[in-house]
Design a protein around this ligand. Structure first.
Ligand code: NAD
Length: 356
């Protein structure tokens, strides 16, 4: 397997190192070989090459089985030309790889439920997967910037547009994922108001009836879904959304987990998938060896499952993370009296040992 490593900026470098140790342990245990190609992205790439996504980075990613990304950005690059900001590197690599499907799992285990802003009994045991369409909808529709209309009034607009194939391919992903989980899809829309949502709902319902009759499907308006997520997150299994609703709901869902350092993500297309923690480059703690690498390690588990076809290894990595937490080891962001405080590298080593 060929993996492109993009540590990026800030804590990206430390957490990717820890995750690679875990991936190496999984490869050894489950008998496959991994070859790495480390490349620049974000601020580090701006410093070295004057662009946040050098051509050779994209070429390496395209030629690999999967990409593991740390994070990009930091105060050093806050004032660079917007056309070459570190985040542009991220948007451009997603575009370059055609990543149309974003997966964000959110689980609340008994070890972390007390960190949730929700009551512990409400949060503990929540286990959902948000499947978000990533390359269509209003973010990619026609943008009419602010201008004066014929009546001399300033106006602006953005177009929400989806085609049937775009809806079908993301819905198919959600149905397939539900079959591997507890068999339930909640599709989110605003069909009471939007034509694009009415088409979305029609297509998703047709697909369930024709191709996935074994999967339970319900539809929530996005405003109700936002409420239900905090009232009863345990009612959800797979949540299927368009681009903009998924952007908002996935951030809302992530707060329920209580820590940003625990949540992985995957972005998939027809070629190499990209795996990254949901947090940023945390410049405030970069270089101190105290960042939590578990979100990146859990992103490796997703990579094993979705790109490398190593389901057993993926399960083993997730189990190893649970074991290490159960044994009481925590990086400082999760640490409390009575627990064992460890560094980023030590956490990586402990999980790697547990995998072995
Ligand atoms: P952030 O996620 O980097 O940090 C928010 C807070 O969470 C900070 O206090 C940080 O120390 C803490 N934190 C984050 N990850 C942690 C971890 N693994 N372990 C322990 N603590 C952790 O968000 P921010 O401060 O808003 O952004 C910092 C930089 O990251 C900005 O330049 C931003 O543009 C960039 N960013 C990048 C991505 C990405 O690469 N995907 C995502 C979000 C933000």
């Amino acid at each position: 397997m060929k993996i492109t490593l993009l540590p990026g900026d800030g804590i990206g470098v430390e957490i990717v190192d820890a995750a690679v140790e875990v991936l190496d342990a999984a490869a050894k245990k489950y008998n496959f070989t991994v070859e790495y190609d480390k490349k620049l992205i974000g601020g580090a790439a701006i410093d070295a090459c004057g662009t946040p996504l050098p051509e050779e980075t994209l070429a390496s990613a395209k030629a690999s089985d999967a990409v593991l990304l740390g994070a990009v950005g930091g105060p050093k690059w806050d004032n660079v030309d917007p056309a070459i900001r570190p985040e542009k590197g991220l948007l451009n690599i997603r575009k370059g790889l055609g990543l149309y499907c974003n997966l964000r799992p959110m689980t609340v285990s008994k070890f972390t439920a007390h960190l949730s802003p929700l009551k512990t009994e409400r949060a503990e045991g929540a286990d959902l997967l948000i499947v978000r369409e990533l390359t269509g909808g209003i973010y990619f529709g026609t943008h009419n910037e602010a201008h004066l209309n014929a009546d001399g009034v300033e106006e602006a607009s953005d177009i929400e547009m989806y085609t049937r194939p775009e809806v079908e391919r993301i819905a198919r992903f959600a149905f397939e994922a539900a079959r591997k989980r507890s068999g339930k899809v909640t599709s989110v829309d605003k069909a009471n108001v939007l034509g694009s949502s009415r088409m979305w709902r029609k297509i998703v319902t047709e697909m369930r009836d024709k191709e996935y009759p074994d999967v339970e499907l319900n539809h929530f308006y996005v405003d109700n879904c936002a409420m239900q997520l905090v009232l009863n997150p345990k009612q959800f299994d797979v949540v299927l959304t368009n681009n903009i609703f998924g952007d908002i709901l996935s951030d809302e869902a992530s707060t329920i987990a209580g820590s940003i350092g625990l949540l992985p993500s995957a972005s998939l297309g027809d070629g190499a998938g990209m795996y990254e923690p949901i947090h940023g480059s945390a410049p405030d703690i970069a270089g101190q060896g105290i960042a939590n690498p578990l979100a990146t390690i859990l992103s490796v588990a997703m990579m094993l499952r979705y790109s490398l076809n190593q389901d057993a290894a993926a399960d083993a990595v997730e189990r190893a993370v649970d074991e290490v937490l159960e044994a009481g080891y925590r990086t400082p962001d999760l640490w409390a009296e009575g627990l064992k405080k460890v560094s980023t590298a030590e956490m990586g080593r402990l999980v790697a040992e547990a995998v072995k």
